[in-house]
Design a protein around this ligand. Structure first.
Ligand SMILES: O=C(O)[C@@H](O)C(=O)CO
Ligand SMILES: [Mg+2]
Length: 257
C-alpha cells in the first residue's frame, strides 16, 4: 500500500486549520502536509503535530501575495530578494516542524514576457534554494501546476521537469508529481509516473474533472495506486482534493490496496 498522507489545506475543510490535525489523526492518517503554514506560528503547528502523533512531510516556500494575484515567486526576475527571504522562512518552519522537504512554487508568466528571462531567474533561484535547503538537510521539490485552472502558470507539465532537474544540477532536487495536474494537462498519469519515477520525490492526487476525491472523475486512481505500490516508490502519496462531502466519508481509497 502506498504511504498515504492528508493535505490539510484541502482535506477536513469542516474544521479550522489547527483543528484539522486531530481530525486527520482520528481518520487514520499518520502524516500530513499543507501548502501554507505561515498564517500560524510554527510552534502552534508543532504542538498539533505532537498532540496527535503526526509527521509533517511537506509544505511550500512562501508564494507571494495571493490577494494581489501572486502564485509563486521562483520565476519572477524582479522578486528574487523576496523569494530568497521566503526560502529562509521555510527553513525555519521546517526546523520547528521537523519537515524533511519543501516544495517551490514557480509563479506566473505575464503576457508579452520573454520566457527565457523567467527561466534564467527560475534556474538561478532553484540553485540558490537547493543550496540553502541542502545546508539545512532538506530536500527541495518543484511541482508542475496545470495552467487550465491557473492561467499563466510558468511550469505546467511534468515531463519537462527531467531537463530542469538536470540543468539545476542539485542532488537534493526532485519532482513533486501531482497526478491531478498531470491529467489536467492531458498527459497520461500512468505513463508519466512510469517515465519520471526516478526523479519523483513526492506524489499528490485528486480526480479529474472537479478535483474531487477518487471516484468522482475519470482518473483511474485505484490502478495508479497499485502501480505506485508495485514500482518501489518509497515516498508519500498525498490526498489533495476538495471533498464532495464530509471528508471522513470520502476515504474509501485508503483501503484500496
Ligand atoms: O496542487 C496544488 O495546488 C498544490 O500542491 C500546491 O502546493 C499549490 O499551492
Ligand atoms: Mg499539488
Amino acid at each position: 500500500m502506498p504511504r498515504y498522507a492528508a493535505n490539510l489545506g484541502w482535506l477536513f475543510p469542516e474544521h479550522p486549520f489547527l483543528e484539522r490535525f486531530g481530525a486527520a489523526a482520528r481518520a487514520g492518517f499518520k502524516a500530513v502536509e499543507f501548502a501554507v503554514p505561515y498564517d500560524h506560528p510554527a510552534a502552534a503547528i508543532a504542538e498539533q503535530l505532537r498532540e496527535h502523533s503526526l509527521e509533517c512531510i511537506l509544505f511550500n516556500t512562501p508564494s507571494g501575495n495571493k490577494a494581489k494575484g501572486d502564485f509563486g515567486l521562483a520565476c519572477r526576475p524582479e522578486r528574487v530578494h523576496e523569494f530568497r527571504e521566503g526560502v529562509a522562512t521555510a527553513i525555519e518552519y521546517a526546523r520547528v516542524l521537523k519537515t524533511p522537504r519543501v516544495n517551490v512554487i514557480a509563479g506566473l508568466i505575464k503576457a508579452g514576457e520573454d520566457p527565457r528571462e523567467l527561466h534564467a531567474a527560475f534556474v538561478s533561484n532553484l540553485r540558490h534554494a537547493a543550496r540553502e535547503l541542502a545546508a539545512a538537510g532538506l530536500q527541495m521539490l518543484m511541482e508542475p501546476i496545470n495552467n487550465v485552472d491557473n492561467p499563466g502558470y510558468f511550469f505546467p507539465r511534468n515531463p519537462p521537469a527531467r531537463a530542469l532537474i538536470e540543468e539545476v544540477g542539485a542532488p537534493n532536487f526532485a519532482l513533486q508529481c501531482d497526478l491531478y495536474h498531470v491529467a489536467m494537462m492531458g498527459d497520461d498519469p500512468a505513463a508519466v509516473f512510469e517515465d519520471l519515477r526516478p526523479i519523483i520525490g513526492h506524489v499528490q492526487f485528486a480526480d479529474v474533472p472537479g478535483r474531487g476525491e477518487p471516484g468522482t472523475g475519470k482518473v483511474p486512481l485505484q490502478a495508479l495506486f497499485a502501480q505506485i505500490d508495485r514500482s518501489g516508490y518509497t515516498g508519500w502519496t498525498a490526498a489533495e482534493y476538495r471533498p464532495s462531502r464530509r471528508t471522513e466519508d470520502t476515504l474509501d481509497w485508503m483501503r484500496w490496496c
